[in-house]
Design a protein around this ligand. Structure first.
Ligand code: ADP
Ligand code: ZN
Length: 213
């Protein structure tokens, strides 16, 4: 087996990247790097870049590549990334994908495929735990705002309101989708049907990785 495993999760907002990556990080024992989560922490902790980042996120726009790339290269330079990592939400533009190629060779790219018409409902019904970051959905928990995993308080992400979601889906179509072909051409893409129960999606991912690793 290789001494490191570098994975990128791709897919539309709401396709399940965060849900699946947090399961994979436990199974594979490599860190889960979510750029969206890092940005939300920068904002919550009042980091000097936080205000600038918040403006983009609140509009459903992308954070500029130079900001993203600096944060990412700092993160993958840390000790815990020596054995690999799972990117969730990065790269999100062709520029970011090209820049990543200069610094690191990705092994597999998992494309979580969900029919476009399912995404609005998946995102606006999403509930995220303030404490353990567990992601749930109103179709499972109803009106409850209590985390089924840790009992903590659930929140609705500020960018999960319909208007911002529409913008994020447009940005995905025009700016992020091209990276699917970029990785397909390089023979790295693994397509997974993510319009299934989370457990089934997860076992499909592990099966696909098991066949190729
Ligand atoms: P989702 O995948 O559900 O859209 P994320 O938590 O990955 O949610 O991202 C939330 C927001 O953070 C994005 O809408 C975007 O504004 C910003 N963001 C995250 N990752 C990147 C990135 N690699 N490049 C630019 N902006 C990003
Ligand atoms: Zn929780």
């Amino acid at each position: 087996m290789k001494s490191s495993l570098k994975i990128v999760m791709v897919g539309a907002p709401g396709s399940g990247k965060g849900t699946q990556a947090s399961r994979m990080t436990k199974e594979l024992n490599i860190p889960h790097i979510s750029t969206g989560e890092i940005f939300r922490e920068y904002i919550a902790n009042k980091h000097p870049l936080g205000n600038k980042i918040k403006e983009f996120i609140d509009q459903g726009a992308l954070v500029p590549d130079d900001v993203v790339l600096e944060i990412v290269s700092d993160r993958i330079g840390r000790e815990d990334c020596k054995r690999g990592f799972i990117f969730d939400g990065f790269p999100r533009t062709l520029e970011q994908a090209n820049a990543l190629e200069q610094v690191s060779q990705i092994d597999y790219v998992i494309n979580l495929d969900v029919p476009e018409e399912r995404l609005m409902d998946r995102l606006t019904g999403r509930r995220t735990c303030k404490f353990c970051k567990h992601i749930s959905h109103v179709s499972i928990i109803g009106d409850s705002m209590i985390c089924p995993d840790c009992g903590g308080e659930l929140t609705i992400r500020a960018d999960d309101v319909p208007e911002t979601v529409r913008k994020r889906l447009e940005v995905y179509e025009s700016q992020t989708k091209p990276i699917i072909d970029f990785y397909r051409q390089r023979g790295k893409l693994i397509d997974v049907n993510s319009d299934q129960a989370p457990d089934k999606v997860f076992s499909d991912i592990l099966e696909a990785l098991g066949e190729t690793c």
